[in-house]
Design a protein around this ligand. Structure first.
Ligand code: ARG
Ligand code: ZN
Ligand code: CA
Length: 241
């Protein structure tokens, strides 16, 4: 019933190797990135091209590290079928009031994945591969600026990929341009879409696939789509206080 949304974050670290057992410092570096990116406090926010300055947004959601839970297991990689959230891994803690983040080796080149609002609370949260979380320790270039978690938390707050997962598809957000498909690396600006109206693509939007240093903004339309899930009747209203 207060204006600001503050999300407690439970970090579940599942490791076989010492490298996978990432430090509290590395975890806190990720929390810090989330707080910057969701509050327009990221240093690269000023790099947003002027054609997008009218829509770039301060989302205004804060994240607080609640607890770190660690488990040593004898498993090399976990895939994307939620096994790490079951008893062979670590069950979520208070998933209707806390964002659970699992850190483990996913495999198959997957950096992270998320559950959209409205799914089962027993699997709710975000999974980030231990080499692509935070900005220090095992964080690996070009995904070493914490933007995988920013992108996945965007999904957790109901955002779709900016290209709508099909050629010139929709992300259900009016102020993001229509993209042909995912962008990779750090595209040279301006990169034109061949979709209707040939708009300049917003390749620096967190919901594209550019490298971490190429991602630095959400839009006002994405902000309203995210905040609506916390309002009365929204799928994540249990997080609002
Ligand atoms: N789910 C996406 C993947 O695993 C995450 C992409 C994040 N992109 C980034 N630049 N960190 O490929
Ligand atoms: Zn995604
Ligand atoms: Ca759009």
């Amino acid at each position: 019933v207060n204006g600001t949304i503050v999300i407690p974050v439970v970090v579940n670290v599942i490791y076989k190797t010492a490298a996978e057992n990432i430090s509290a410092t590395q975890i806190q570096s990720q929390i810090d990135v989330l707080n910057k990116d969701f509050n327009a406090q990221n240093a690269d926010f000023s790099n947003v091209p002027s054609i997008f300055s009218g829509v770039k947004a301060n989302v205004g959601v804060r994240f607080e590290l609640d607890q770190i839970i660690r488990k040593n297991v004898n498993k090399t990689s976990w895939g994307t079928a939620d096994l790490m959230k079951k008893s062979s891994g670590i069950l979520p803690t208070s998933p209707t009031t806390k964002l659970n983040l699992w850190v483990c080796t996913i495999g198959n080149g997957i950096l992270g994945y998320a559950q959209f609002p409205g799914g089962s609370s027993s699997t709710d949260g975000v999974v980030i591969d231990s080499r692509y979380i935070g900005t220090t320790g095992t964080a690996t270039y070009p995904f070493n600026l914490g933007r995988t978690a920013t992108h996945e938390v965007g999904h957790w707050m109901n955002l779709r990929h900016i290209w709508g997962d099909t050629n010139c598809g929709t992300d259900y957000v009016a102020d993001t341009p229509t993209h042909n498909t995912a962008n990779y690396g750090v595209p040279t600006f301006p990169h034109y879409s061949t979709c209707s109206g040939s708009p300049v693509e917003m390749t620096m939007n967190y919901m594209d696939y550019s490298d971490d240093r190429g991602l630095y903004m959400f839009t006002e339309g994405q902000k309203s789509r995210m905040l609506s899930i916390f309002s009365a009747g929204g799928a994540r209203n249990s997080f609002a206080k």
